[in-house]
Ligand binder design. Structure first.
Ligand code: AMP
Length: 284
């Protein structure tokens, strides 16, 4: 049986009981509308921890005023069925007013990490993410927290937050789960109409093209970026946000591909903004 906890005090009580029984706790933070990407995190958490809790919370703090907070897919019945199937021990599913009884004054700043890549078109987004993750860590005090490489910038920020602010939690980053045609799984894929769903594979195609270029010996990051931009921007009906080659850890631009790099892309398909990425290590 998966327990549903909707208040912070119930969640803390649950956590204390499990901890006093000597169990390790794995946390998987999500916004719900669960798919195979989320399930891969649950399975990893089950392997690593005695008990697993997933949070399902569409965090208003990380949505901009013109973004899709009101329309973000919410389907608790479907999510609960999957949670039961995956044998999760608990779901933490608070209302927004439980998490934010008053507008927060004290928040977590992701520093320059919040201003790069997605931070340019989503100002304040990563501050909202870092703040809610800090709250979840404080409420649930997990031993290990699991995040997806799908959201590469978020993963880096959460890792740095845990280091810089000394959260006693290990952060594990799990690989990207894709559809058979390469599209990275995302709750927002539900928004796509049939034509945009086909077009959306262009993100993965651009990443693969860049990977091939690097593997064939191209080291000029600008050239690689141009190729990715061309693959995406020449697809009708797709609006490129960015296609970048950055240092895997610092997320800063690189001019030459000498070590491990992160290829990161974002584009709009109609009103739906999707992201994807790939880590590439140059050979030789
Ligand atoms: P979300 O519900 O979109 O906030 O995602 C919750 C967690 O699942 C985040 O750590 C995401 O990075 C991760 N995630 C989402 N999609 C995928 C995917 N396709 N593969 C792996 N992890 C994912």
């Amino acid at each position: 049986m998966t327990v549903v906890l909707s208040t912070i005090s119930a969640a803390r009580q649950w956590m204390r009981t499990e901890r006093s029984a000597g169990k390790t706790i794995g946390l998987v933070p999500t916004m719900g509308a669960l798919h195979e990407g989320h399930l891969s995190l649950f399975r990893q958490a089950r392997q690593r921890c005695d008990c697993v809790i997933a949070s399902i919370f569409v965090n208003p703090l990380q949505f901009g005023p013109t973004e899709d907070y009101d329309h973000y897919p919410r389907n608790l019945d479907h999510d609960m069925t999957l949670a039961e199937q995956e044998k999760l021990n608990a779901i933490f599913h608070p209302e927004a007013r439980e998490m934010y009884p008053q507008p927060p004054q004290i928040t977590v700043s992701p520093g320059r990490f919040g201003e790069l890549l997605c931070g340019v078109s989503r100002p304040g987004h990563f501050q909202g993410v870092a703040t809610v993750v800090a709250k979840l860590f404080n409420i649930l005090q997990p031993n290990v927290a699991f995040f997806g490489q799908k959201d590469a910038q978020q993963a880096i920020i959460v890792q740095r937050m845990a280091q810089d602010l000394n959260f006693p939690v290990a952060i594990e980053i799990c690989p990207i789960v894709r559809e058979p045609d390469g599209l990275a799984m995302s709750s927002r894929n539900q928004y796509l109409n049939a034509a945009d769903r086909v077009r959306a594979t262009v993100l993965y195609q651009a990443l693969r093209r860049a990977e091939r270029l690097i593997r064939s010996g191209v080291r000029d990051a600008i050239q690689v970026e141009r190729e990715m931009q061309e693959v995406i921007a020449t697809t009708p009906g797709v609006e490129l946000d960015y296609a970048r080659v950055v240092d895997r850890q610092s997320l800063q631009d690189v001019s030459e591909v000498t070590g491990e790099v992160l290829l990161a892309v974002a584009a709009r398909f109609g009103r739906t903004r999707l992201i994807d990425n790939m880590i590439v290590v140059p050979e030789g």
